[in-house]
Design a protein around this ligand. Structure first.
Ligand code: 9Z3
Length: 337
């Protein structure tokens, strides 16, 4: 999900015209008004707190439709585990969370459930009622009560997306509605967003026909929204993006480039194969490796990671407005204690 121009080695420049044309040509959100209403209520409720902390966690992969009446699409590997687990830790740390997730991807509090919870956790009793199997009763009770407490308490707002068009439009709505929270708002952009897409106006309306022979398609470069998010949509919010690579040799360098290019506060760099064990936190103050503690297999790497992120966000809030920055240089390793 990389926006590198491989010939020049330069990260892609996004023009305002490209962004404008992306949004103007994208199919309008079906439920845009409803989403805006939910966001307004959520932000109003949360901004009345003494020290409101709201994070938008994006999660899962975006699809790239190949036809307007979509039969085929390009997808990616992202399961949404990172976003779902991070959401739980943010809620635990006292944040309210807008969880912008790919439909059907991992959900907060659900990681301990079996693959098909409905079929595996429930039974039909003698009197034809549905009941939880004894073997799963404890986990089902915990999942439902924790999830219910977050949603009905007004701390968790879940917004689904599927396509790259939906994702970027909803992200813009979220960013604009959170801008009133200034430095107390955070963006934690863990979603795997496609770098390539088919612009809506160039897309064929109906199913691509196989009789036309081998498919030859040109994908356009998706505009990187990170700079617009930082410069226009929510200029004071604390912004964290992710960098994913499969080649460890270029990972940190690429994360560092993204940090500077998009003026991120932190870039969390991870490798595809080790992403559940290790994340490298890259920021102006240096590089920190956060590792999952092998001695505690049940504790995700997201636990120490969110602890560190929350700490940095607190420092950012404290210093916002006084023009100071943290200059701490670290090369340490953080383990779950
Ligand atoms: C990540 O790097 C996430 O950590 C993962 C999490 C997608 C690897 P899972 O969903 O995996 O738990 O299975 N997300 C961002 C990847 C990305 O698209 N980054 C862009 C880039 O690398 C920047 S926006 O250029």
């Amino acid at each position: 999900m990389d926006a590198m121009d491989h010939d020049s080695g330069e990260l892609q420049e996004v023009s305002a015209a490209e962004i404008k044309s992306f949004f103007e040509s994208a199919p309008p959100l079906k439920d845009g008004d409803e989403i805006n209403k939910k966001l307004k209520e959520f932000v109003e409720r949360n901004s009345s707190a003494t020290a409101p902390r709201v994070v938008c966690v994006t999660s899962g992969g975006t699809t790239v439709p190949l036809e307007q009446q979509c039969v085929r699409f390009i997808d990616n590997f992202s399961s949404g585990h990172r976003g779902a687990a991070s959401t739980e830790y943010f809620l635990k740390a006292g944040y309210s969370v807008i969880f912008l997730y790919r439909s059907g991807s991992c959900q907060p509090y659900c990681s301990s459930l079996p693959d098909d919870p409905l079929l595996e956790c429930f039974d039909i009793s003698d009197d034809s009622n549905i009941q939880v199997r004894q073997s799963h009763a404890e986990v089902v009770k915990r999942v439902i009560s924790e999830h219910h407490a977050a949603v009905s308490g007004g701390y968790l707002l879940k917004l689904p997306f599927t396509t790259i068009f939906e994702y970027l439009q909803i992200l813009r709505l979220v960013a604009l509605s959170l801008s009133c929270l200034g430095p107390c708002a955070m963006f934690y952009l863990a979603a795997a967003v496609s770098d390539f897409y088919v612009p809506w106006e160039t897309m064929t309306v109906h199913k691509i026909q196989s009789r036309s022979g081998p498919l030859d398609m040109r994908l356009a470069q998706a505009p990187k929204m990170l700079s617009v998010l930082r410069k226009e949509w929510a200029p004071v919010a604390f912004c964290i993006s992710f960098k994913l690579e499969t080649d460890s040799k270029i990972l940190v360098e690429k994360a560092d480039m993204a940090l500077k290019k998009y003026d991120m506060h932190m870039v969390l760099a991870n490798e595809l194969s080790t992403r559940k064990e290790e994340v490298i936190v890259v920021s102006k103050s240096g590089k920190t490796v956060v590792r999952k503690d092998k001695a505690q297999p049940c504790v995700d790497v997201e636990s120490p990671l969110i602890e560190l992120v929350v700490d940095r966000h607190s420092t950012y809030i404290k210093h916002s407005g006084d023009g100071t920055e943290t200059t701490r240089r670290e090369e340490d390793e953080i383990l779950v204690s």
